[in-house]
Design a protein around this ligand. Structure first.
Ligand SMILES: [Zn+2]
Length: 293
């Protein structure tokens, strides 16, 4: 019996082998050893989304989809190419509206979903609705599903891109859809980064990000030459800045600096974008100097 066996009446059970005069430093060191860093509590995305009811402009049925709760979502510093980042949720996953009855799908922002003319509707009915299988999206629209994984979000955004092609949408709409897909693949790669066994999958995501990025870049450049601003909800200087960041990421520094100069010299540009443009210009100059060394 331990010399402190009588402690039981307090509900405390002393260790069997007790070293009454153990070095106090050792005692506290043991406590520090057993301190495993607490895993940060990862909040589920479901806390940040709510139901939104929509009427499909093609089949006229009403359905519920998920959208971020604007009041609860805390914005963080966005990626350089303006990809929004938020605490606990990737809001871009929910940037799509898909009618689970007929398959008509479009980006949720800038009223892309609601705006469809009679001819476009005909094309969607013919090329999408006729062959659409509602079972393919049923899981994402179950009432108890409160969060979409990246694969679901990517599939729905690919469907919205195909709808955009079918209905002859504006170049900027298709280009922005490609950009969102690139961001989603980036998000998926980031979510896989901690898992060493998912290295190959993460690399595939990065490759797909690059593919969609290239399409988005080409499309946005084409849109700038043929459409009026605002474009995909962005004014000219925001699009110029976006194109500069994309050009830089893809290694085209001369196109990047051309876009940045336009922003910096334009009197109409707001000071926040100007500041971002100057920072990026400095970074580009530094990277050019580095390669010349
Ligand atoms: Zn529909």
């Amino acid at each position: 019996m331990s010399i402190l066996g009588g402690l039981e009446k307090f509900g405390i059970k002393a260790d069997e082998k007790i070293d009454l005069f153990e070095d106090p430093k050792k005692v506290t060191a043991k406590a520090a050893e057993s301190d495993t860093p607490a895993e940060p509590v990862k909040k589920s995305e479901s806390e940040f989304v709510l139901d939104k009811s929509l009427r499909c402009p093609v089949c006229d049925k009403v359905f519920k989809t998920l959208q971020p709760k604007s009041g609860r979502v805390k914005r963080l510093e966005s990626d350089r190419d303006l990809r929004p980042r938020c605490e606990g949720i990737d809001i871009m996953k929910y940037n799509v509206n898909c009618c689970p009855f007929c398959g008509y799908t479009a980006l949720s922002s800038s009223k892309y979903f609601e705006t469809i003319n009679a001819n476009q509707k005909k094309l969607v009915e013919e090329k999408i609705c006729k062959s659409f299988d509602p079972k393919s999206v049923a899981d994402a629209y179950k009432p108890d599903v409160r969060e979409w994984d990246y694969d679901t979000a990517i599939a729905l955004h690919q469907l919205s891109l195909y709808n955009a092609v079918v209905k002859g949408a504006k170049t900027s709409e298709k280009a922005y859809n490609c950009l969102v897909l690139a961001w989603l693949f980036r998000g998926k790669a980031e979510s896989l980064a901690k898992d060493p066994e998912a290295k190959d999958e993460a690399a595939k995501c990065k490759a797909q990000e690059a593919e969609y990025y290239k399409e988005a870049y080409e499309g946005m450049n084409k849109a700038v030459a043929t459409e009026n601003f605002p474009m995909a909800g962005m004014d000219q200087s925001t699009v110029d800045y976006l194109l500069a960041t994309m050009a830089f990421q893809m290694g085209d520094t001369s196109a990047a600096t051309r876009n940045l100069s336009r922003i910096i010299t334009s009197p109409a540009t707001n000071s926040k974008i100007k500041e971002k443009a100057r920072d990026l210009k400095d970074e580009i100059i530094a990277s050019i100097q580095k390669t010349q060394q």
